[in-house]
Design a protein. Sequence first.
Length: 641
Amino acid sequence: MRPWLGGKTGGFLAFVLISGLVVGGLGWATVAALRLEGEQLLARHEAEQQTNLRLALWRLDSLVAPVLAKEDSRPYNHYSAVFTPPVAIQPDGSPSPAGALIEPSPLLNSELPDWMLLHFQVDRESGWRSPQVLAEDLAQRLRRLSAHVSLGNVTTGRAAILADLSRNVRADLVLALAAERRTRPALEDITVLAGNNAGNSLPAQQPMANSNPMPQGRDGQMAQMQSQSLDKEYGVRLNRAYDPKRAQTKSSNDSSEVVRDNLCRNGADWFEPGKGRRHGEQVAVTLGPMVAFWMPGDNQTERLFFARHVQIGQREICQGVLLDWPRLQTVLAEEATKEDLFPEAQVLPVHEEVPTHSERAMTFLPLQLDPGPSAVAMASLGLTPLRVGLIFAWAAALVALLAVGLGGWSLFNLSESRIRFVSAVTHELRTPLTTLRLYLDMLAGGMVKEARQKEEYLQTLNTEADRLNRLVGNVLDFSRLEKQRPRLARTEVALGTLLEQVHATWLGRCQSADKELVVDNGVGEVKLTTDVHMVQQILGNLIDNACKYSRGAADRRIWLRAGMENKRVRFEVEDRGPGVPLRERRSIFRAFRRGRTADTTGGVGLGLALAQRWAKLLGGRVSLHPSRNGQGACFRLELPS
């Protein structure tokens, strides 16, 4: 195997590859899951919006449908201020003659929604009329009747609206739109028209000046061009133009003239004695369905009509109601925004026969509901169950990768530490064993004759055996600390006694290393409760390191000081060696780590690691501090008193 595939480099590359595969796979799954969730939530959101839209449209239709349905079923006679019912029976059971009973129109006083401006009827010859706009003589006659007739809906405002329609809206266009947009077959009705004894039509009032007939001559040609433009705009064909000659010709058998008289006089002929009271003729009326359509108005506004096409013989009439579009728009918008269904909804007009958004269109009116931007934009999803699961999956994956990375890195460090340990222990064991074997062979073979030389060899053997004993002891102690927490044998001991024991134990080691151990008790007789043996091991390791790493120092002294600080006992071991470089002051406390600048002094790098762990077991700590004169190293052991 190539070198770069092994060791930390190969492990790092393998970790990066595995991490890429895990992150890539999980990322692809996350994107796919979120996309699918987004599509599902969008579909659900759209379904909810459609449900809310149907509910809002149902509310809007329910608001106007009863009123419009009532208008659709309104009889033909209601559009005259007064009329005689087609069928009336006297108390003796005989039919009542035409004109014997006169009935006022309900439109004179019935309660109407505020978004209904004016009820009207219009044809090409007679122009615009309304049962809510009366001639002065008819209004006075109705007020003078002994049977009180309320004229609550007869207002000057409605008169102004009727005048505006007469000036600005073409009757033939209204008739064409009402006829063109019928949605169901026509219905049959009967009305009674006022007639005279001679059979001729009654004298008719002149049509209103602003009934918008089609002019003749050059102006008629221009009007014809305008009419063609309107044909194109509204999609209807105005094939019945106004003919003044036909309006001036009166035939004795032409009931259309009688119809015209009734339209112009709003049924007032029934009050003329000798005319409408005695005579009248029943005429069949064909009523088309009420349809809604738009027409242009003033100031770039539009008029909304709800009207029907009526046929009486050869005469075409349009009956209906003009709706107050701004007011209706406000009322419908308020209804659509209730209960926060669509807080920003608007009601907009529809001019196409087939709306672009048919699902938003109302049933009875050419209007559509615009739900607003809040209904189109989907709300923030927040923490959905899928997203929570993905968060946990990512967290688990990252934690697993982190654990694998840290575990692999620790494994490599452990492997390197073991390699360093085996190498150091092998070297440390080989040196004393080689010395012991060599000297023992020389002594056993009788090669050493002099007593002084024998004593020197024996001293060397004793030193190497002691060195070997300390090495094996440190290794065994470190192994025990790794496997289990040792039990402490705490006893009370005087600080001076403890220092004397340490001095006696390590005096020979210092002397063999050509060092002088100086003990300084700056506290006096202080009692200390601790594991005496463990404290001696800690101080012994610190003294042994001072002996090894301060070889060649000009000052041979090694200080062992004792003091008190913040109710803690402080031991200091200080030498005058080269000291510890700043970049190595933390690494030297790790197992199997030695200073890189240290010379070949021997050891496996366990002394300080053992000292620090033992100190933690005793509730203290071992730390490195600058020496007092700035030269050498000063290791401090702090223990609770």
